[in-house]
Design a protein around this ligand. Structure first.
Ligand code: ARG
Length: 500
């Protein structure tokens, strides 16, 4: 994925230690209401401050806010609004604040509402030039910028984890590449497939999720700064410069600027789009989780999930519960909910910025955190999963799974498929009546149903040969599955076969 360049271009490295929420609460002891100056006669009531603050969650945008401010200030110097010394003061001040936030020493103040005001107010308290930083900028374009910068990085991170889960799936398939299991429709045994084929189905889904993340990235990667509150600025802002420095460029290095100031401050399409991509990804994970839960049950007993990824029961000593898979399945609910919340948030909002938009962040953060964690945990769980080969083998050996092969055998003898389907249906009924498996019927029994059956029919039930006959692209045949495993190993950079 093209990341559009480093976020911290040319700036002192911003320290990364996170301030935990608990620390945040501890540090942000309740403050008396502060006057907002200007035209406001009264201070905001404490209850209103509490209701409207976003610092308790948007502090996460601090790095993006600092970098955005540094680049904005640099641009202001270029267009002659800041002096070189003022720019130096501002950058030094912001860098200092960054170090303090990174090490957990910075005190966030809820009375300053959000991450933008906290940082700017603290900067201005420390350096007089701080009062010039907000020139030609509004929190409306600032917050849009910060979220875009933040999400851009998270998209790269999530896409990497999608790749990690794909690798874990391919690896498991490769470790057990000879293992066959029944494939199911309606959760009824249907036809035999290689376990690897089943796992590769998820690799394909995840591949499309990855492509959707990449596509979403293109639309997130657009710079809104310079749009002001809604109507741009009378100042000669150099938007291209800002976009380039913040890495808002396309694959050919051309700056990506929002083209309408009103759209830029009110648009959260990109968040909805990510929410939708995340929801579908979470749904895919929930299906994988469900398969693993089923396979780990005593009824299936196809796999054993590593102890580290299961829990015991407080009551029943024998239990090994697949909680990680269950929670992954369950957490898809909140990711879907977040998408619906984002859509509902935007529905019917008048142009342009409305405070409602502040509600976007927790939904967005939650979807990012949830899919990131689920991807990581599922990959870890698969790495330690072992397959119960004898159980899979005996389940896949059910001759009824080859009933369709038996019909195909008649088709190759010229019997119309509908007639062949009917004949095999009659054979299944007869076998049930006689209490034998489908391959237990005598040639005479079969010929009694359709005279086209001959001695070669027994070959239909040789499972290895049956799997070799499935040759078309995308089929679960031995050769094709081997080819697909090799293709994915190459695509995912897994090198040669892992083997066992
Ligand atoms: N905390 C606000 C948000 O998340 C930032 C923008 C505030 N703008 C305003 N005009 N009050 O949306």
């Amino acid at each position: 994925m093209e990341t559009g360049g480093p976020l911290t271009w040319g700036w002192p490295h911003l320290y990364c230690a996170e301030t935990s929420t608990r620390e945040f609460v501890k540090k942000s002891a309740t403050h008396p209401p502060v006057s907002r100056g200007g035209r406001f006669g009264k201070a905001t009531a404490a209850v209103v401050s509490r209701f409207s603050e976003s610092i308790s969650f948007d502090w996460r945008l601090w790095r993006q806010d600092l970098v955005g401010s540094m680049v904005h200030a640099t641009m202001l110097k270029r267009i002659g609004i800041l002096k070189a010394a003022e720019l130096r003061e501002i950058v030094r001040g912001l860098d200092e604040i960054g170090r303090e936030i990174g090490s957990g020493r910075f005190v966030w103040k809820p009375e300053f509402e959000d991450v933008h005001m906290n940082i700017e107010a603290e900067l201005t308290r420390r350096v007089p030039a701080g009062a010039k930083l907000h020139t030609g900028r509004s929190r409306n374009d600032q917050v849009a910028l910060d979220i875009r910068l933040w999400l851009r990085q998270e998209l790269v991170e999530i896409a990497g984890r999608v790749g990690g889960l794909q690798r874990a799936l391919v690896d498991l398939g490769e470790r057990y590449r000879e293992v066959l299991i029944p494939g199911y429709t309606h959760l009824q045994r249907a036809q035999p497939v290689y376990l690897a084929h089943h796992l590769l189905a998820y690799v394909e889904m995840l591949d499309r999720d990855g492509a959707r993340l990449q596509d979403c990235f293109r639309r997130v990667n657009v710079c809104p700064l310079g749009s002001g509150a809604l109507a741009g600025s009378t100042l000669p802002l150099d938007r291209e410069f800002v976009a380039r420095k913040l890495g808002f460029v396309d694959a050919r290095g051309r700056p990506q600027l929002s083209q309408n100031s009103m759209d830029a401050v009110s648009d959260r399409d990109f968040a909805v789009e990510f929410g939708a991509v995340a929801a579908l990804l979470a749904v895919h994970l929930s299906r994988l989780a469900e398969d693993l839960i089923l396979w780990a049950s005593s009824e299936f007993n196809f796999i054993r999930i590593d102890d580290a990824y299961t829990t015991g029961s407080s009551l029943m000593p024998q239990k090994r519960n697949p909680d990680v898979a269950e929670l992954t399945r369950g957490k898809s609910a909140r990711v879907i909910g977040n998408l619906v919340a984002l859509l509902t948030l935007l529905k019917g909002l008048p142009m342009t910025y409305n405070r409602d938009l502040q509600e976007d962040k927790e939904r967005l953060f939650d979807s990012v955190d949830t899919v990131r964690d689920c991807l990581e945990l599922m990959a870890g769980m698969l790495a330690g999963t072992t397959v119960n080969e004898p159980v899979c083998e005996s389940a896949a050996a059910d001759p009824n799974l080859l009933a369709t092969d038996l019909a195909d055998y008649l088709v190759l003898k010229g019997v119309p498929f509908r007639a062949a389907h009917h004949a095999v249906g009659a054979a299944v009924t007869l076998a049930e009546k006689l209490g034998v498996a489908l391959d237990g019927l005598s040639l005479a029994d079969l010929q009694g149903i359709n005279p086209q059956f001959d001695a070669a029919v027994s070959g239909v039930f040789d499972l290895k040969r049956a799997m070799a006959r499935r040759r078309s692209v995308g089929s679960p045949g031995a050769g094709e599955v081997r080819r697909q495993l090799a293709r994915w190993r190459r695509t995912l950079g897994l090198g040669g076969r892992s083997g066992r």
